[in-house]
Design a protein around this ligand. Structure first.
Ligand code: 13P
Ligand code: 13P
Ligand code: MG
Ligand code: MG
Length: 371
C-alpha cells in the first residue's frame, strides 16, 4: 500500500465567547468542506475537532507533506469558517489567517501544521495532541519524556526494539536553523537546547538506522512550530501548538506516550499570551479556557489508522487517572495567580516584546532621569 500522510492543521478563526472555545457552527462548516474533499477523493478520511478556541482539521491522504491541494483545502476551510464566525460576530474572527490570499503552502500564513508521511504498520495507533493558550516549546518536555526518559518510558530499558533510542530534530526558531541530535548519546546536549523552550523546539522524532522495525526516514512524532508574532510582527494570539505521535511496536506504548502528561509542567501563554502557567490535560468536554483564559490545556485524540481511515477517536484524557494531575494543575494555577502582575507569573520582559506592554512603557520613557 502507498504511504499515508496525516495532516493536522489548525487555526483560531473566532472564539466563543472571547478566547474560550470553538462555536459548533464552525465545526459544522469545516466538516462540510472536508466531507466534499473526501467525496472527491482528495482525502482518505478526516476528523474535525475543537481545542480551546482553535479549530482542528485532522486529515489523512496519500499526497505527502506540504501538498499544495491539501494546504489549499485547509486554507479554504478556514476562510469559510471565518465567514460563519463573522456572521456570528465571534471574537477575533479570522484571527489566525494572517495573509489575504493563499499562495501554494499554508506554512507562514498563520495556521499551525503538524504533518507526517509514513508506511502504515500492521497496527498503527496515532495520537493527536492539541494545546491551547501556549506555544510550540510546550511540547518539548513531554516529547522528550516519551522518547528519551527511561523514568517515563519503561520500554527504553526493557524493550530491545526501543533500546537504541531515537533521533530528535530540533529547530532554533529564532535563527531559522535546525539540528539532528541522538538520544541517549547526546541527552545532556539535547536538554541544553530544549530547556530553552521559547527558542529551541523539537520538530520531529525519528527512529535510528538500527531500529529493527521502522525506517529511519519516517517520523514517529511531529510538532507544529509556527510562531505567529514572527509572521505578524506583533502579538495576535498564541501559537497554540499541536502534535502527532505514533505509538507501540518499537515505539513508546500508548500509556508511555500519555504518561508524559502526568506532570502539569509550566508553559508560557495563558492570559494575553503573557503568563506562565501549568498545562492541564483535559477531556474534550473541558477543552474550554475559562480561568484567566486558561489555564493552558492539552487534549488527546487517539486513533487506530486502518488503510488511512481514522478509526476513533478515543478522548484519552477523559480518565480519572489524570485527576491527580488536574488537581495539581489547579494548585499551581492558584499559586501562580497570586503573583498577579509579577514575574515569573508574567513573562520576562524580552518575551513581552510582542505584546502591548512596550506601548505602556514607552509612555513613561520621558519621565526617567539619570540615577
Ligand atoms: P508493543 O510491543 O505492541 O509496543 O506492546 C507493548 C505494550 O503495549 C506494553 O504496555
Ligand atoms: P488565543 O491565542 O487562544 O486566541 O488566546 C489569546 C489570548 O489573548 C488569551 O488571553
Ligand atoms: Mg483566540
Ligand atoms: Mg487558541
Amino acid at each position: 500500500m502507498a504511504k499515508i500522510t496525516i495532516s493536522l492543521i489548525k487555526a483560531d478563526v473566532g472564539g466563543y465567547p472571547g478566547h474560550a472555545s470553538v462555536h459548533p457552527k464552525l465545526k459544522e462548516k469545516a466538516k462540510e468542506c472536508l466531507k466534499q474533499a473526501k467525496e472527491s477523493g482528495l482525502l482518505v478520511d478526516f476528523h474535525v475537532m475543537g481545542a480551546g478556541d482553535d479549530l482542528q482539521l485532522l486529515m489523512s491522504h496519500e499526497r505527502g507533506v506540504d501538498d499544495e491541494e491539501i494546504h489549499q483545502l485547509a486554507w479554504d476551510t478556514f476562510v469559510e469558517a471565518t465567514q460563519v464566525a463573522k456572521e456570528l460576530k465571534l471574537y477575533g474572527a479570522g484571527q489566525d489567517l494572517l495573509k489575504d490570499a493563499f499562495s501554494g503552502n499554508i506554512r507562514g500564513m498563520g495556521p499551525g501544521i503538524a504533518e507526517m508521511e509514513f508506511t502504515e504498520r500492521e497496527g498503527e495507533p496515532l495520537i493527536a495532541f492539541m494545546m491551547d493558550k501556549t506555544e510550540p516549546g510546550a511540547f518539548n518536555l513531554p516529547i522528550f519524556k516519551m522518547f528519551a526518559d527511561p523514568f517515563n518510558t519503561a520500554g527504553l530499558i526493557i524493550d530491545p526494539t526501543l533500546h537504541d533510542g531515537f533521533v530528535f530534530e530540533i529547530w532554533d526558531i529564532m535563527a531559522h536553523r535546525k539540528v539532528l541530535m541522538r538520544a541517549p548519546e547526546e541527552l545532556y546536549d539535547i536538554l541544553a537546547l530544549i530547556g530553552a523552550k521559547s527558542r529551541y523546539v523539537i520538530k520531529r522524532v525519528y527512529p535510528k538506522e538500527t531500529h529493527p522495525k521502522l525506517p529511519s526516514d519516517e517520523p514517529v512524532a511531529v510538532i507544529s512550530t509556527e510562531k505567529l508574532y514572527q509572521i505578524a510582527e506583533k502579538y495576535v494570539g498564541k501559537d497554540d501548538p499541536v502534535a502527532l505521535v505514533r505509538a507501540q511496536s518499537g515505539l513508546p506504548a500508548l500509556g508511555e506516550v500519555l504518561e508524559a502528561f502526568a506532570f502539569p509542567h509550566l508553559v508560557s501563554g495563558w492570559m494575553r499570551g503573557s503568563h506562565n502557567g501549568p498545562v492541564m490535560p483535559v477531556s474534550f468536554r473541558y477543552a474550554q479556557c475559562t480561568r484567566f483564559d486558561g489555564p493552558p490545556r492539552v487534549v488527546a485524540a487517539g486513533f487506530q489508522i486502518a488503510n488511512g481511515k481514522l478509526v476513533g477517536p478515543v478522548d484519552l484524557f477523559d480518565d480519572p487517572a489524570f485527576d491527580y494531575t488536574r488537581q495539581k494543575a489547579q494548585e499551581i494555577t492558584e499559586y501562580m495567580r497570586r503573583h498577579g502582575p509579577f514575574e515569573p507569573h508574567r513573562l520576562p520582559l524580552e518575551e513581552m516584546e510582542y505584546t502591548t506592554l512596550p506601548e505602556v512603557l514607552k509612555k513613561l520613557e520621558s519621565r526617567f532621569e539619570s540615577a
